[in-house]
Design a protein around this ligand. Sequence first.
Ligand code: ATP
Ligand code: MG
Length: 591
Amino acid sequence: MELIEKPEAVRRRARMPDYARARRTFTWAGARAQMSGLPGGRGLNIAHEAVDRHATGRGDAVALRVLSRDGAVDEVTYAELRRRTDRFANALRALGVARGERVFTLLPRTLDLYVVALGTLKAGCVLSPLFSAFGPEPVAQRLRLGEGRVLATTPRLYERRVRPQRADLPDLRHVLLTGDPAEGPDDGEEGCSALQHLLDAAEDGFTIPPTDPEDPALLHFTSGTTGRPKGAVHVHEAAVAHHATATAALDLGPDDVFWCTADPGWVTGTSYGIVAPLTHGATLLVDERDFDAERWYDVLAEQRVTVWYTAPTALRMLARHGAEAAHRRDLSALRHVASVGEPLNAEVVRWSAEVLGTPVHDNWWQTETGAIMISNFAGEDIRPGSMGRPLPGIEATVLERGPDGRALRTGGGVREVTTPGVDGELALRVGWPSLFRGYLHEDERYRASFADGWYLTGDVVRRDADGWYWFAGRADDVIKTAGHLVGPFEVESVLMAHPAVAEAAVIGKPDPVAGELVKAFVTLRPGWWPSDALHDELIAFARRRLGSVAPKELVVDPHLPHTRSGKILRRLLKARELGLPEGDLSTVETS
Ligand code: ATP
Ligand code: MG
């Protein structure tokens, strides 16, 4: 079994170096005890854990370091973040927004977003962050589904994305506009107010109301990879899991400079792009701009980032950009790199060990799980291509699948796969704090996600004899060809091992003989061009490694469709291939 060793210096500093010991000794009660709780035993509130608890004692520490579009770097201390979020919470009160009501954000990654998000949680309202590149229909759809009472956005986004749908949003009472008050509609028009005016008028100092750990805190829409996005509800207690998993999987602590490249419009950008780094008292980098390989290397080097959380697509793009850009810079501060959202090909792990100086730790989780569940543990060596093992406090298993591809439910309940290497649906034993508490307005679907005390994830995995998990594909994506079950990830990883291939997506195409045949779509690296010879070479390359499950068809496609959160949309490739309706496209990356 291939192992990539952590550099010795890195391993020595790891906060949780011993997996077996951590699993033995960890309890959720112990993790809960690490939270400070609201003063006077008044419960648990995410914003208190993230901001106020540090504002006294470590108030001068830098909470946010904002890299603005214009190149300026602004630092906000925990004390200052407390003052600002207090004011925003008071502003919500002054508007008459009640606890439990939903506050949406449609904001770029500027300081306002973080102030609104944390101030909303302080006030006991539910935060629902939307990705700022959503078009008018996806925005309206989510605001309607979530009965948004308040929306914080920019005047420009309001004009383009919200105003056209304003009449269809009767629940939306208040629109808070960031930026220069002179640029938006006048205060009062269509329920709009300038955020700046509200903050100016608000008082300093806010006492967080008693918060039951089970009070709803966050409403997150899934990425829409398999269909219409679902609204997953999370509660304040989730912070316990955000905090604990950040120690175990990200090796995060108070002296870190942490950069999470996910936008808070996705669950990663909230759980680990807002909450966990702040509950740890770390310095969170906020980068207002989008991906650019050279600039990202600059950020890593110049900001002395110590822990970096990113996604496979970004890493693949960096790899495509060439190693020279990394070698030109001083990345010595970088101690830990982790990735989530899509399978991480072994190829990328090897690349990162060599080029970034530390191997990327894959980790697996979902909007529904609220926090990292399975990972290549922070202090230990990595099995490239594996998602890792369940974190302390998490019990995972593999369930036998039925004809519909999902866990088989017989009269006697579900059945666990005990033979190593046999695939099945990944399931998690219910009982960790950040498990979602419902799909908004979809109770039946929520109930159907559980069986016999397990949460069923919809992903197909294999577990090896040592207990490491290997991703095969989503239950909907797994291909059945001539009696073999093929996980698209396996085939994609093999194709990516060829020097010409930058990215690959594999689907099952109905075939009268084989049931389905494996069809691959690939994007080429710079310097490679599509040709018949390359086509044949790639198929032969895959065939040598995979045998009969290698792709029978392969096309070079320079634009594989992705979700805005960076996932390849295999369902869209398949729909196009079959001439079927394309389904919900609200989260498709358009640029
Ligand atoms: P939807 O549920 O709307 O179809 P989605 O499942 O992509 O969208 P998310 O909750 O953002 O929405 O993504 C979780 C999914 O992403 C997982 O179920 C899994 O399929 C995939 N995923 C996340 N991390 C990994 C990983 N490390 N390896 C493989 N797949 C991963
Ligand atoms: Mg999903």
